[in-house]
Design a protein around this ligand. Structure first.
Ligand SMILES: [Zn+2]
Length: 255
């Protein structure tokens, strides 16, 4: 990990302005024990984490636990919608809950039912951005989200461009990349920090359900190596969303 952390610090040193770093953890509703362990880890470090919550998987007990943490430290934990049931509806294409196999009326019904469930569980704590399961959706989904009042979409940085609503993109898939060794994540983050040159955002996607004690130790080390740096700002997605929205102009007709 040391080589990766040194690369991150060097990239931050070279940045012309502070970089917004953020953590998006997916699949809240699965493996609550590991989720709470991750929140303990980020909470101890004083760094925000945004949870993409699966409406159909989130129990009332988990919601109560998350609400208590949000109310105690509103800056440190955020919740937003992650699909509806995390169900794959494609038969031949890559896995997708909001893909071409799903008619727009079915997508609308799923989005609204999921949002109603999360609003009942989290009330005003719920952020109005949307992370689609498997980070992908059909071209019709972003205009639908915009029409329903969602303020942003979060997918991979390389997702197909869309002009319907602002995008809070993630850059590094922690659980996929950590297989490449302890330095891999730091090296990828350094590359993205260098590419944005300061003033931009760098998102790290986590999946707590498959993160073990070693992952949490690596994450703690990454946070410790960056937290005091003048060019690193660990930021909530809501704030990144504000920055992205400032520069966003709608290019598509709203449905
Ligand atoms: Zn997911």
């Amino acid at each position: 990990m040391r080589t990766g952390l040194i690369a991150v610090q060097a990239a931050l040193d070279a940045a012309r302005a502070p970089v917004h770093l953020f953590l998006r953890d997916d699949d809240a509703g699965w493996d609550d024990t590991r989720l709470l362990r991750l929140l303990d880890c980020t909470g101890r470090a004083g760094v925000p984490v945004d949870l993409a919550v699966i409406p159909q998987a989130c129990s009332e007990a988990l919601a109560r636990a998350l609400c208590a943490r949000i109310d105690a430290s509103p800056r440190l934990v955020g919740v937003h919608q992650h699909g509806y049931a995390h169900a794959n509806h494609e038969t031949t294409a890559r896995k997708c809950e909001f893909g071409d196999a799903r008619a727009i009326d079915e997508q609308r019904a799923d989005l609204c039912a999921g949002r109603r469930r999360l609003q009942a569980l989290f009330g005003a704590r719920l952020d109005t951005f949307f992370t689609p399961p498997w980070n992908r959706c059909s071209p019709a989904t972003p205009p639908l989200l915009a029409a329903l009042g969602y303020r942003a979409l979060s997918r991979d940085r390389g997702a197909p461009a869309q002009g319907a609503l602002p995008e809070v993109a993630v850059d590094v898939d922690w659980c996929k990349e950590r297989a490449g060794g302890d330095d891999r994540i730091g090296l990828l983050l350094a590359r993205r920090i260098s590419a944005c040159g300061g003033g931009g955002s760098v998102g790290v996607m986590l999946h707590h359900a498959v993160m073990d004690a070693h992952d949490l130790a690596l994450l703690s080390a990454l946070i410790a190596a960056t937290a005091g740096h003048a060019h690193a700002r660990w930021t909530a997605m809501d704030e990144v969303c504000d920055c992205v929205s400032e520069h966003f102009e709608t290019k598509e007709e709203i449905l």
